[in-house]
Write a protein that binds this ligand. Structure first.
Ligand SMILES: NC(=O)C1=CN([C@@H]2O[C@H](COP(=O)(O)OP(=O)(O)OC[C@H]3O[C@@H](n4cnc5c(N)ncnc54)[C@H](O)[C@@H]3O)[C@@H](O)[C@H]2O)[C@@H](O)CC1
Ligand SMILES: [K+]
Length: 265
């Protein structure tokens, strides 16, 4: 694994393609390794999550646990986007489900237009669990309300996974603004009068909205709830090697800690 050099998105794609063309790995295997690396990194970064409560136990006793914000339910929310980054998200959702986590998946995309690897992982998820479709390509106000209602009901959730966009970000992000705002909203829990940013947000490959080649994210009106039109992560898990975009000034605000995982390239 080459952790010293930072790569462009084209260089990363070329490495993946070379591994696939030479028969060293299939795209599906690479995606599985990526998802597995993210789950490993989550527990390396936050070992306390290993000891989170089974959701049904947490629900019965949460009055007691509100006093101790270090105690959580095994409950996660995964946001999956329209490309292979979303495919990684479906792998993470499935692996957490295997660990007996209760996982809510919100999908911003069209299953019919997913690439074959992401589609396979989408199918593995929806074969056993529900996937909440966000209006695609435009999230309408009714979807946004519904989305907020659902996220409000997911109390005791310590973990948010951002699998909306990775190295494939290719155009202006307006369609994502309401989703990013709701992720921000979800990141805050009110505890008495004090808002506490309790859930931990992990970005797969790169925080959605941050460009992996330029290291830039669009700046919003600073008086709105979002300063950057991007996901603000506490942990970013990238693969093989950092990308150029992980090292910018914007990245310092958006990425949190960065862990690089080997996917066998
Ligand atoms: N086999 C592979 O190629 C692997 C890919 N991996 C993952 O795949 C990611 C790259 O996947 P993709 O190339 O599919 O790219 P992404 O999943 O990052 O995004 C591409 C999708 O997003 C849409 N999109 C881009 N910008 C948009 C915007 N502003 N508004 C709305 N839609 C937008 C595109 O139309 C496309 O559908 C990596 O970041 C990594 O997470 C990993 O699974 C490792 C293996
Ligand atoms: K992401």
């Amino acid at each position: 694994m080459n952790t010293a050099t930072t790569l462009t998105s084209d260089q990363m794609r070329a490495l993946e393609q070379a591994a696939i063309s030479s028969g060293d790995a299939t795209g599906l295997e690479l995606m599985e390794r990526a998802g597995r690396g993210v789950v490993e990194a989550i527990f390396e970064e936050w070992p306390e999550l290993e000891h989170a409560f089974a959701p049904e136990v947490w629900d019965e006793t949460h009055e007691v646990h509100w006093g101790d914000l270090s105690i959580w339910a095994k409950r996660a929310v995964v946001f999956c986007g329209p490309g292979n980054n979303g495919g990684d998200g479906f792998v993470v959702a499935r692996l957490l489900r295997e660990l007996k986590w209760e996982v809510s998946v919100f999908f911003y995309g069209d299953a019919e237009r997913l690439g074959p690897d992401a589609r396979r992982n989408y199918d593995l998820w929806v074969g056993e669990s529900r996937c909440y479709d966000l209006g695609f390509p435009n999230l309408n106000p009714a979807d946004a309300d519904e989305f907020l209602k659902r996220t409000d009901s997911l109390t005791g959730t310590p973990l948010i996974v951002d699998a909306l966009l990775g190295i494939g970000l290719s155009r202006p992000l307006e369609a994502f603004q309401p989703i990013f705002e709701n992720i921000e909203h979800f990141g805050f829990l009110r505890f008495g009068e004090t808002p506490i940013r309790a859930p931990r947000c992990v970005a797969i490959d790169i925080p959605s909205g941050l460009n992996s080649d330029t290291g830039e994210a669009p700046i919003c009106d600073p008086i709105t709830s979002l300063y950057f039109l991007a996901v603000h992560a506490d942990l970013t898990v990238t693969f093989h090697s950092k990308k150029i975009g992980h090292e910018s000034e914007h990245a310092k605000v958006l990425c949190g800690n960065i862990i690089v995982k080997d996917i066998g390239l």
